[in-house]
Design a protein around this ligand. Structure first.
Ligand code: ATP
Ligand code: MG
Length: 271
């Protein structure tokens, strides 16, 4: 049985700034910028266990209980096989938990009706390591398609698509094909596609896994900007440098258990 980890705070923030007393600085203190962890969580795990039928003896996740609130930016870290992708795939109901409960955007995913799942997914943007762009469509068409499949009018498509491509810095590449773009640019397109419908929740599985450090930094800065508009973001990653530089909430998994849950955390030696 997993023991429940208590949320802890990162240890390297000076006390003055933690308590919001750094009056000499005109910048808001980290405490002032912190998201309110109250109200109804966007994501709520209670004693959740996931066992894959192909691996009945070893749960991929076991007895997970935690909450993620609106506006949070959360890193999910851990060794290969620790359960990060399983955690992400549970959130958009790609897979179903074996026991316990999971609520996402007010929906109980343990007994959600099949017809409601597409509506749940409209509230969740997804970004993957391998971009998953449609190779025969232009940048514009790849992003526009995400709106078209949910029945948005041509007028909405024509205003929101260029707007989001501007947000990710690709307005000049709208007519290119994916194979004419760098990896970082392709990931920007996939992020644009994920957020064009303005979902309140964005989940990313190793979004910088195929990118060099400099490009990864650009992607993380972009996710940070999207988070500042109020979008809740969960990022599964191996990218130690990124996690350490961003100092956001870190949930560390080990063999399917949460071994650390830390505000303004670092990647850590144990993950
Ligand atoms: N479809 C599946 N069928 C059976 N077992 C699976 C399946 N997917 C994952 N697992 C197992 O569940 C555990 C967690 O896997 P998961 O993919 O969630 O790990 P991860 O942390 O994302 O790893 P990585 O860093 O390599 O992506 C592993 O033991 C893995 O072998
Ligand atoms: Mg994975």
């Amino acid at each position: 049985m997993a023991k429940h980890t208590k949320r802890t705070r990162g240890g390297q923030i000076p006390k003055a700034s933690r308590e919001g007393t750094g009056k000499l600085s005109s910048l808001p203190s980290i405490e002032e910028m912190e998201v309110q962890q109250s109200g109804t969580p966007v994501i709520s795990f209670r004693h959740l266990t996931k066992v894959y039928p192909a691996q009945p003896e070893k749960p991929a996740l076991e007895d997970i209980s935690l909450d993620i609130y609106a506006g949070e930016f959360v890193f999910l870290v851990g060794h290969s096989g620790s359960g990060k992708t399983t955690f992400i795939r549970l959130l958009n109901r790609e897979i179903v938990a074996s026991s316990g409960t999971l609520e996402v955007s007010g929906e109980n995913l343990m007994n959600i009706r099949g017809w409601r799942i597409p509506y749940l997914r409209r509230n969740i943007g997804c970004v993957f390591q391998d971009f998953k762009l449609l190779p025969n469509k232009t940048v514009f068409e790849n992003v526009a398609f995400a709106l078209e499949v949910i029945g948005k009018s041509q007028a909405v498509v024509e205003t929101q698509t260029p707007e989001v491509l501007r947000l990710v810095g690709l307005e000049s590449k709208m007519d290119k094909m994916p194979d004419q773009l760098s990896g970082g640019e392709q990931q920007r397109v996939s992020i644009a596609r994920a957020v064009v419908n303005r979902p309140p929740l964005l989940i990313c599985d190793e979004p910088t896994g195929n990118l060099d450090p400099q490009t990864s930094l650009g992607i993380m800065r972009l996710l940070e900007r999207i988070n500042r508009t109020g979008t809740t973001i969960v990022v599964a990653t191996h990218d130690r440098e990124m996690v350490d530089s961003m100092r956001r909430r870190v949930i560390a998994l080990e063999n399917g258990h949460v071994v650390r849950d830390q505000d303004r955390g670092v990647y850590g030696l144990d993950a």
